[in-house]
Design a protein around this ligand. Structure first.
Ligand code: ADP
Ligand code: ADP
Length: 223
């Protein structure tokens, strides 16, 4: 899996807000890196720059030596953000299958249902998003992100509305899925516990503009 390199990465918005100071960092391919830091420090902005959803004001993001757009075109980047934005007129199964269709792949029902089970939504495949709780919708968004087996997985507070018990289950089950695939995963979370449980490396960011305040290697045995 490709490394992600941030070279002098800066982002300022039109109103003058500087979200990222020059940031130099390498995130290892096949590993999970978690970002924690004060609200508003620039974590989401960093993820959006890596996804190619924002353009840097200066510097660059290189994924395996190429700009994010080229990986994006191959459908190799998947994201699950705090707001799951599922299509309201489609069932859960339909929403997840659509990710496969958009990636130009056959809608493999076994893969879709397997992920629905894995995120604890067995029996809800036919339900519309409006019939699900906020936490259930977030879990559906995680299933949707994983179904295409992306090489780069970007998770921005993906468990904010998920109850504590389910969150622990996910923290246990999700790495089992992405680690063997060699997925490069970046996770933004406000929970240090979650960061440590899910990742190989925790980066603590300073208040805006985000700089790396601490860089911690995690080597917990997986449960
Ligand atoms: P975090 O994810 O760490 O909470 P964000 O990356 O969302 O932080 O935001 C970093 C800073 O940039 C915040 O001060 C936020 O208000 C600001 N910001 C984010 N997006 C925009 C935008 N489109 N225009 C202006 N300011 C923005
Ligand atoms: P939220 O935290 O937004 O309320 P949760 O994911 O915690 O969302 O789910 C809330 C409630 O939805 C659970 O307490 C349970 O009653 C119901 N629920 C969630 N997942 C399932 C499931 N797999 N099977 C049956 N009910 C579920």
């Amino acid at each position: 899996s490709p490394d992600i390199v941030c070279e002098g990465l800066c982002k300022s918005f039109a109103d003058g807000t500087q979200a990222l100071a020059p940031l130099d960092a390498v995130f290892d391919g096949g590993k999970t890196t978690a970002f924690v830091g004060p609200s508003g420090c620039g974590k989401s902005t960093l993820l959006r720059l890596i996804a190619g959803l924002e353009t840097p004001s200066a510097g660059a993001v290189l994924i395996g030596g190429a700009p994010p757009a080229s990986l994006q075109r191959q459908g190799a980047i998947a994201m699950a953000f705090q707001d799951p934005s599922l299509l309201p007129w489609r069932s859960l199964r339909g929403n997840i299958a659509l990710a496969l269709t958009l990636a130009g792949r056959p809608a493999d029902r076994t893969a879709v249902d397997g992920l629905i089970d894995l995120v604890g939504l067995a029996g809800f495949g036919d339900a519309r998003p409006s019939a699900l709780s906020g936490g259930m919708r977030q879990r559906a968004a995680i299933a949707r992100a994983l179904v295409t087996e992306p090489s780069l997985l970007l998770l921005d507070e993906p468990f904010g509305a998920v109850d504590e018990l389910t969150r622990r289950q996910l923290a246990r089950d999700l790495p089992k899925l992405w680690e063997p695939r060699g997925t490069t995963t970046l996770l933004v979370t406000h929970s240090v516990d979650e960061a440590v449980l899910l990742s190989d490396r925790v980066l603590v960011l300073s208040p805006r503009p985000a700089q790396i305040a601490a860089d911690i290697a995690v080597s917990l045995p997986r449960p």
